[in-house]
Each structure stands twice: as C-alpha cells, then as structure tokens.
Design a protein around this ligand. Structure first.
Ligand code: ZN
Length: 321
C-alpha cells in the first residue's frame, strides 16, 4: 500500500512540475505576436517581452527603411500580428500609410517614437522635413523603450512583472551606453569631431554627444545627391582637414567613394573610417545585430577613426575585434 502512495506522490509531483514549466515557457502559440518595421524596435520588444513575445522585423539587416517596398507576405504578417510597432515621423515611407490604415480599422498599431517624442523637439532640415532617426540618441530611445514596455504589458498584463524586470535591466544598460557614447566621443580632439556619412542619419548624435555631422544625402535616401552637395562637402573635408569618412550598411557606398575621389583630386587624402549602422542593425544573431551592439559599434568605430581612444571591445566588452 505504502509503495502505491509513494508512486502516486511522485506522479503528482511530476505533473505539478510539468505544468509549472508550461507556465514559465509558453508554447509558440501562446506568445504575443509582435511585428515591427525596423530592428531597432523589434530588438527592444524582444528583450522586454522575453519568453512571452515572438517578434518579427519586416525591414531586415542591411535594408533601407526610407525606400522599402512592402510585399504581400509583409501584409500577411502584419495582419496576423497581435501588436504592430513602428517608428513613425515618416521613417517607414510608404508603409507608414498602410499602418495608419490598419490602425483606423481597429488593429493594435503603435508609432512608438511619435508617441513619446514631442514633435517640436525634432530636428528639421531647411524645407521643414523632420528627422526620424531618434535611436541615434540613446536617451531618446530610452523613452521609446519605456513606451514599448507599457504597450506590451497592457497587452499581456498577466506577464507584466516579468516584463518589468526585463525592462528595468535593459534601461540600466541603455543608461550605461548613453554615458559611454558621451565620454567616448569626447576623447576625439575637438578640432576633429566631424562625422561625414552617406545620409543625414546622425543628427541626434550631434545634438546629444557634440559631434558635427554632415551627410551627402538628406534625412531620407529617396532623392539623388546633387553635384553641388558633393562639391560643398569636398571643400568641407579639405577646410577642416578631416581624415576619415564613413559608409553605412544600409546605403550604397557610391557617393562616399565619389567624395573620397573628389577630395583626392583636390589634394586631400581621406580614408574610410569604417562601416556604421545607421538605419538597420548588424546581422541577426550577432551583438551588432542588437540595438545596444549597433550603437556601441558606431560609437567605438567613430571614436577610434577620428583620433579618440576607447577599447576595441566597446562598452560591454562584446564587440567583435
Ligand atoms: Zn535614414
């Protein structure tokens, strides 16, 4: 008789542990389906949502959101989502209006940057166009992270505590990265703090961390760069004795190469200081394929190429050497 009780107790215990495990790690179907436009949003959503969300980024590594054309498959993914997160401020070009239409039909669609960043604080060009590249200032992107946490927690209130713990940990890392960016870029000699890139994606880095930034193309990569813009930038490079310019992983490097050639013809040698992640993160599965890694890579690469000094392995010791 006693033996039977023991077996019964073991069976009950096993049942108890399996059901606990199921609660801890829900099945694929139980997770919140979060579809995002760009990786910089999807990565935060996955870190914050942890085991309770399955995120997908429509515009992948190396792709340019300004000119991205959505496919029929993307629309299917968006329709199947429980929550859709996008940047807004016209970053997503044509897809922005598709998302607004979905929202008007009752879908859970959230423009996460637009929701927390005051329009009046945005950078603008001469024509009044707004700069959507807010992730370049980590302190601005921290506000977006908080909004993503609140949005996901409202959708899955039963997992709010776990998500809050993930969010708090992420927020500490974002704070550390923000400080790292500020102190690193300040090690660049003052007269060399010039960042020249393919398009104007780094304006918020200029505002937050004190670099002077110039891009060949404007906020969007949609329009062609004019010959006049190139000539002006060549003079700018020469006048300021700028030693390095940077290519971007999501933008064709032909304009940057023309700039280097043009400077050379004027007797000023410029090299490529490295590849930066402007509108897309690095390869999925790598550290550079996360928001923290992307910014860490940019800051470390820019600092060291322009005569400042930071360890090659970056803020968290994780950068590929
Ligand atoms: Zn851009």
């Amino acid at each position: 008789m006693k033996k039977r009780y023991v077996f019964g107790a073991i069976a009950l215990l096993l049942l108890f542990f399996t059901s606990c495990q199921k609660k801890e790690l829900p099945t694929e179907d139980g997770r919140l389906k979060v579809v995002c436009t760009v990786g910089m949003i999807a990565d935060l959503a996955q870190v914050i949502g942890g085991d309770y969300v399955a995120t997908h980024s429509i515009i992948g590594s190396g792709a340019d959101p300004h000119v991205y054309k959505h496919t029929a498959k993307d629309i299917k993914l968006l329709q199947a989502a429980d929550v859709i997160l996008y940047n807004g401020f016209h970053l997503e070009g044509k897809m922005g209006s598709v998302l607004e239409k979905m929202k008007s039909k009752g879908k859970s669609v959230h423009a996460v940057a637009e929701a927390v960043i005051q329009k009046e604080t945005l950078l603008k060009d001469e024509e009044g166009a707004e700069d959507p590249h807010l992730w370049m200032d980590v302190s601005e992107w921290r506000k977006v992270a908080q909004h993503i946490f609140e949005t996901l927690a409202a959708k899955a209130p039963e997992h709010k505590a776990e998500m809050e713990a993930n969010y708090n940990m992420l927020d500490l890392q974002l704070d550390e990265l923000d400080n790292y960016a500020r102190t690193s870029l300040q090690t660049i000699p003052k007269n060399q703090r010039f960042l020249v890139t393919a398009h104007d994606a780094f304006g918020y880095m200029e505002r937050a961390y004190g670099l002077q930034v110039r891009g060949i193309q404007g906020f969007s990569t949609e329009s062609e760069a004019g010959l006049k813009d190139l000539e002006e930038l060549i003079l700018f490079l020469k006048d300021n004795s700028i030693p390095a310019v940077f290519i971007e992983s999501s933008v064709n490097d032909k304009n940057i190469r023309a700039l280097i050639e043009g400077a050379k013809a004027q007797g000023h040698a410029v090299k490529i200081g490295g590849e930066l992640f402007s509108d897309a993160m690095g390869k999925t599965g790598t550290y550079e394929g996360t928001y923290l890694g992307m910014i860490d890579h940019n800051v470390t690469t820019i600092t060291n190429a322009l005569g400042g000094k930071v360890p090659q392995e970056g803020c968290f010791g994780k950068l590929a050497q």
